[in-house]
Design a protein around this ligand. Sequence first.
Ligand code: ADP
Ligand code: GLC
Length: 485
Amino acid sequence: MSLRTVLSVASEAFPLVKTGGLGDVVGALPLALTHEGIATTTLLPGYASVLGALEAATVVREYDDLQGGPARLLAGRARGLDLLVLDAPHLYARPGNPYVAPDGTDWPDNAQRFAALGAAAADVARGAVAGFAPDIVQAHDWQAALAIALLHYADGRRPGTVMTVHNLAFQGKFPRDLLEVIGLPPRAFAADGVEYYGDIGYLKAGLALADRVTTVSPTYAAEIRSPEHGMGLDGLLRHRTDVLTGILNGIDTDVWNPATDPFLAASYDARRLGRRAANRRALQARLDLALDPDALLVGVVSRLTWQKGLDLLPAVLPALIAQGGQLALLGSGDFTLEAALQETAATYPDRIAVSIGYDESLAHQIQGGVDALLVPSRFEPCGLTQLCALRYGAVPVVARAGGLADTVIDANEMALSANAGTGVVFAPDSRDALAFALERVATLRGNARSWRQMQRRGMKTDVSWARPAEQYAALFRALAADRAG
Ligand code: ADP
Ligand code: GLC
């Protein structure tokens, strides 16, 4: 059977709306799949930034009452994506972060907001939009997962369903008395349905009921079947091993291209690495760091949450500075961690720069100017910043977790003798291991020739979407064939 169309359902898609890597992936995978002969339509909530970018939209479905107010589905294109947008102002017309109110707590009606997204997806999947019949529905993370449950409990034909997990830490857990409100029949509240430790679990439901489950790296696919990393879902994931696959993410190699990057002071490629020095200087100047051409300059671009392990950083920074190192950190998130990092920066103003906020240009300038990019995550489903770092000749220094372990080759002695290392890989969640990793980076950088070779190997690594897209296409085709047969 030839597979033509995927309905991708998500709450983020770069460049329309993004809080992290989920947005990057949802925004980039459709284009990559077109090279595999697969067309994707992406269903998103009607946040202001999404509605504002939509070109030539037509109304393809109207709801008198969807979770407490009128709503409509708009079809159109924006920034290269074919979109269906759920315009429901009572649910999505709110300022700031898509999930969190300005006071820092989750929006109290998130269950309804993402039940509406799931309901619209299930409608579309079952033919509500004339002329559009997807072969596969791919639901990304908990916000989209209810689509799979609603399709499972509906009568009649449905497309194949794929639950894609970007982060098991976010689960969408809500009180059981919402079952009817979110449109599920009483029988759905069962151990093999949406019931999750006495409540309703959106992600749990998607994992239990999807035809296939994917996550974003092979190592994470293995880790999440263990009690240590399964976050309460490992038993279910062990049960679903036969349909669980890990497919690595790629990055958009046009957006992340050091030879053409408009944010950089100097463009470069693997043959002209010397030009990076100008970016390093520009970065130090922008961040008020000492214009030291020799310091080991370490970068971080990250959400600041427990996952990312950056709370271990302040304790090891004095040692980095004693070796003459510098740090350029960009991130935002946990207020306590933001304050701790800012306090350390205030102690060493010309050696440590901490920029709190979200800044696309600075993220690119860090990748294009630092010697090493640090990702000390406790767990990391895939991770994208180490892929950008490889492409930009910033040597990744990463914890051995999830997709970080799958994408960076530790430059140990044997790897170097085989011309194979691309970075430094260390044990997660340990201050000593982090401190030792930074020492190793300094030692490795002491050998300029070998360091440059390592940068070049990283830059040659294929971090594009080509291979992952092939793997998704094969999985989608196999599923469509199974369902046809
Ligand atoms: P996660 O999705 O867990 O946050 P990823 O590494 O998969 O982690 O993706 C993070 C994405 O968000 C990358 O594209 C990274 O460049 C970007 N990013 C993270 N923090 C910031 C920030 N403060 N400013 C700009 N971009 C950021
Ligand atoms: C999540 C994960 C990250 C992954 C991203 C995209 O936010 O934390 O590791 O790269 O999703 O899949």
